[in-house]
Design a protein around this ligand. Structure first.
Ligand SMILES: *[C@@H]1O[C@H](CO)[C@@H](O)[C@H](O)[C@H]1NC(C)=O
Ligand SMILES: *[C@@H]1O[C@H](CO)[C@@H](O)[C@H](O)[C@H]1NC(C)=O
Ligand SMILES: *[C@@H]1O[C@H](CO)[C@@H](O)[C@H](O)[C@H]1NC(C)=O
Ligand SMILES: *[C@@H]1O[C@H](CO)[C@@H](O)[C@H](O)[C@H]1NC(C)=O
Ligand SMILES: *[C@@H]1O[C@H](CO)[C@@H](O)[C@H](O)[C@H]1NC(C)=O
Ligand SMILES: *[C@@H]1O[C@H](CO)[C@@H](O)[C@H](O)[C@H]1NC(C)=O
Ligand SMILES: *[C@@H]1O[C@H](CO)[C@@H](O)[C@H](O)[C@H]1NC(C)=O
Ligand SMILES: *[C@@H]1O[C@H](CO)[C@@H](O)[C@H](O)[C@H]1NC(C)=O
Ligand SMILES: *[C@@H]1O[C@H](CO)[C@@H](O)[C@H](O)[C@H]1NC(C)=O
Ligand SMILES: *[C@@H]1O[C@H](CO)[C@@H](O)[C@H](O)[C@H]1NC(C)=O
Ligand SMILES: *[C@@H]1O[C@H](CO)[C@@H](O)[C@H](O)[C@H]1NC(C)=O
Ligand SMILES: *[C@@H]1O[C@H](CO)[C@@H](O)[C@H](O)[C@H]1NC(C)=O
Length: 334
């Protein structure tokens, strides 16, 4: 597919290394072990949503102030791309205003961010990730909004808008797949927090603590056969997306010191399904078949169930492109 995708992911991988301690840098907060992410109330969920919308809003306003329409055209992107990104930027700004208004005195302020995008292609690639993670975050948080139907309806309305953004970015801008399957993937607050906090440098001290904890980062690398990763040495972390080939082995990099001697597995969160694969002693994993589109991977100590207590590291974002002619959920047809 498009060589611009290779460029995009290569440049994404060249992110500034300012992210070594995401938790401390992001929210400068000590988190209580007692809460984990299961006890958030509606106010906290909306505060988290506003935190993510601030991040997206800053991402688009920074990117669009850096890149002109001719920058987009010179980067080989459709000439209409910048205008559409302007519209997306306005949506995110509107989401910030909406949630700020809804939260009133409980609002959280914008933070300082560091985004690795250096050109229109890496900007578009990160846009696809942020919109997809936003989508997964609203999906995962819906269960915590069941006592507040007004907030739930607003969150669902934002969710579907972000899904449209992601579809447009992946299909029209990046020349890849508009969807992943029949079901999108919900992500728990801690997993979203892990991904988001890597882009946050510092937040105002007046912001309340959020009841989420980031997991250690997970990097997946190996040879990839596809357009969405660097074809010779693909790499996935919170700031890039990597497309390994089904059946190939990948190598993981993560801090396993908290897992003790427990066996470790790589869990692929895909739609409402989770697929588990064994991790060998040298941290190799054979990529299973039947993964399609955007998939989140976490290292766990349990090969039947993923929970906060069993997650060792991650998520990493993986992307499995599939042909327009392929059978749904069957990447071997490529
Ligand atoms: C982002 O990418 C850079 C370059 O590959 C890497 O050094 C850094 O650790 C990545 N960030 C995270 C949190 O993985
Ligand atoms: C966290 O905030 C305290 C003040 O409350 C400050 O002294 C410290 O430098 C901050 N740490 C980080 C990592 O930003
Ligand atoms: C969280 O748990 C760890 C290990 O059990 C402990 O060392 C740490 O002090 C706890 N942190 C808080 C804020 O309770
Ligand atoms: C939500 O939880 C926070 C933190 O425990 C608490 O301060 C706040 O009062 C709660 N809000 C509601 C509406 O329950
Ligand atoms: C909804 O409210 C009920 C009754 O107050 C409470 O028991 C339950 O935990 C709440 N659920 C959520 C998701 O906040
Ligand atoms: C943790 O990683 C180290 C270095 O890769 C390895 O020697 C060790 O066996 C791993 N521990 C577990 C429990 O997988
Ligand atoms: C889960 O995966 C199985 C096997 O690949 C597939 O048959 C099933 O349709 C999937 N279910 C969902 C909800 O995606
Ligand atoms: C691929 O990974 C599996 C563990 O999932 C391991 O058993 C196998 O030896 C690896 N194969 C190669 C060629 O490294
Ligand atoms: C994995 O999780 C399931 C569901 O919580 C539990 O029943 C099982 O004992 C766990 N297995 C291990 C090895 O921890
Ligand atoms: C919270 O998550 C940690 C692992 O991140 C786990 O060890 C702990 O048991 C969990 N605590 C509760 C109360 O669920
Ligand atoms: C899809 O299938 C048709 C008919 O077999 C073929 O002509 C076309 O080239 C295929 N398209 C792709 C993208 O593989
Ligand atoms: C995927 O396609 C291959 C080859 O067409 C077939 O053998 C396999 O059974 C299919 N798998 C699923 C889950 O449909």
């Amino acid at each position: 597919m498009k060589s611009s995708l290779i460029l995009a992911t290569t440049l994404l991988a060249a992110a500034p290394n300012v992210l070594c301690n995401p938790i401390a840098r992001a929210f400068n907060t000590t988190f209580s072990n007692a809460t984990n992410s299961t006890t958030a109330n509606a106010t906290q969920i909306l505060q988290f949503a506003l935190t993510l919308e601030h991040l997206e809003n800053a991402f688009y306003s920074q990117g669009l102030s850096n890149f002109s329409e001719s920058d987009f055209e010179n980067a080989g992107l459709p000439s209409s791309a910048r205008g559409r990104f302007e519209q997306i930027a306005q949506h995110e700004s509107t989401h910030v205003d909406f949630l700020t208004n809804a939260l009133g005195n409980d609002s959280v302020a914008a933070c300082n961010y560091s985004f690795p995008s250096t050109d229109p292609n890496s900007f578009a690639a990160l846009s696809g990730i942020l919109e997809s993670v936003g989508n997964a975050a609203y999906l995962g948080a819906a269960v915590d909004l069941t006592n507040d139907t007004t907030a739930l309806k607003a969150a669902a309305s934002i969710l579907s808008t972000e899904a449209r953004h992601a579809s447009w970015v992946y299909s029209s801008v990046l020349g890849s797949d508009p969807w992943s399957g029949a079901f999108d993937t919900p992500l728990d607050g801690d997993l979203v927090y892990t991904l988001a906090s890597s882009f946050i440098v510092s937040c105002p001290e007046s912001n309340p603590a959020l009841p989420f904890t980031a997991f250690p980062s997970l990097n997946v690398s190996g040879s990839g056969n596809s357009s969405f990763g660097n074809s010779s040495s693909g790499n996935s972390s919170v700031n890039s997306t990597y497309a390994p080939a089904p059946g190939n082995n990948v190598t993981l990099s993560y801090d396993n010191s908290t897992a003790g001697e427990n066996a470790q597995f790589l869990a692929f969160l895909s739609g409402l399904n989770t697929t588990f694969a064994n991790i060998s002693s040298d941290k190799q994993v054979a990529i299973p078949n039947n993964l399609q589109g955007l998939v989140f991977a976490v290292v766990t100590t349990n090969d039947t169930s993923v929970s906060n207590g069993s997650i060792v590291a991650g998520p990493a974002t993986l992307f499995f492109p599939f042909s327009p002619n392929s059978t749904n959920a069957n990447v071997t047809d490529m």
